[in-house]
Design a protein. Structure first.
Lengths: 208, 208
DNA sequence: GCTTTATCGGACTATTTAGTCCACTTTATC
DNA sequence: GATAAAGTGGACTAAATAGTCCGATAAAGC
């Protein structure tokens, strides 16, 4: 993703790369807990212990930094989900995936929501490039879910006439909507209930 | 809801009430399309044609104004949903409700999301009072959905052992998650798919 | 009418925040 | 080691923005 760095063709020394990473890491954390707009560049500077000129040396401005954060969060989420879903081929495996997400969100009482989803709702109506990047990430994530569903079909645990893509969309919506309700209620229960309903539906398709 | 007005015990003349309404209406519109944080008080002033002293005369500050906007949006959404859901007692009625929401959102290519959901994700990590107000509104909205489901149970269209409350939570999550995915993709399809899956699940419970 | 209170306009202040600039240091390359 | 480019610190600027204040008008209550 080249949009995030303001100096594409430039040499980047190990020292520079390290600073850039520090900036993005600090911005990622801050924007997750405080929100994008509430996180000021000075906040990022203070948290990363970097000077202002460095930030503008590595990024064209706040929007570019936000896009770098999106890339960073996206990479981490996709990697996490690839590990969690890449080889799942049973309903039970899908339930274990659910348990992991719910328990991890329960630790914070659902307070911060989904790392990607929070970014999406905050950034969508401000920066079209960022919105598109997030859209691609959601698509990729959904693709991982669709892969699981197709493996279920291969093993006969899900009828072949079911649309894996549509079910994946529904499952992702349940997950994201659940995150949002949990965040608003400061209670993880609605998230768990929502995913459970989606999984129950998928499971029920093979029992008819 | 008394938290929104800074002068609770005070007299409020018809003129004053009108001004207050104008302010809230303008703020509601702006915050829906621009987002809460991106909407400045000067924006609200310009859009409502009101002076700054008036805004501070009626509200303690921006947070109080946001809470008034939440009350306003909440009232309108709940009233709309009460009209749309209050007497629904069939699956077909539920599908008509779905069609209305999807079509209305399709007009804007899903660009702005759910009026309540957008507020929720933006405000939750900043103002606890606002978050709680939104949480109550979601609960009330879900209650309307649960009412429909209970009427389905009364008429035998849904088995009595199903939990109307949990299904309502799942349906609301599908709706909100769908709104969010549609907003990110600028395409209403994922929202339609997500609600359809939730409705298919509800429908399937009576066919087993 | 008279008094009080609500309503109003808009200039003003203080602060925050994104973004600029320049002198200086480190690192890579030949 | 000389030179150029990357990296760095931090003061500075310009603009945006929340919030204050005061003088004035309109409305209400007696």
């Amino acid at each position: 993703m080249t949009t995030a760095d303001s100096h594409n063709g430039r040499r980047l020394t190990a020292r520079g790369a390290k600073t850039r990473t520090r900036i993005v890491a600090a911005a990622t954390d801050l924007m997750y807990v405080k929100g994008v707009r509430a996180t000021t560049l000075d906040d990022v500077l203070a948290a990363s212990g970097v000077s202002k000129s460095q930030l503008y040396h590595h990024f064209d401005g706040k929007d570019a930094l936000v896009r770098a954060v999106i890339d960073n969060v996206g990479e981490r989420v996709i990697e996490r989900e690839r590990d969690a879903l890449g080889h799942v081929s049973t309903i039970r495996g899908l339930r274990r995936w659910r348990d992991t997400l719910v328990q991890s969100n329960a630790l914070r009482h659902g307070a911060y929501g989904c790392a990607l989803g929070s970014l999406a709702s905050e950034v969508s109506d401000h920066d079209a490039l960022a919105r598109q990047a997030l859209s691609r990430l959601f698509t990729e994530w959904q693709g991982l879910l669709a892969g699981v569903l197709r493996r279920l079909q291969d093993s006969g645990a899900l009828p072949p006439e079911a649309s894996a893509d549509q079910l994946a969309t529904g499952l992702m919506a349940a997950l994201q909507g659940g995150y949002m309700l949990a965040q608003t209620a400061h209670d993880v229960t609605p998230m768990a209930t929502a995913i459970d309903m989606a999984l129950a539906h998928i499971e029920s398709l093979s029992e008819r």
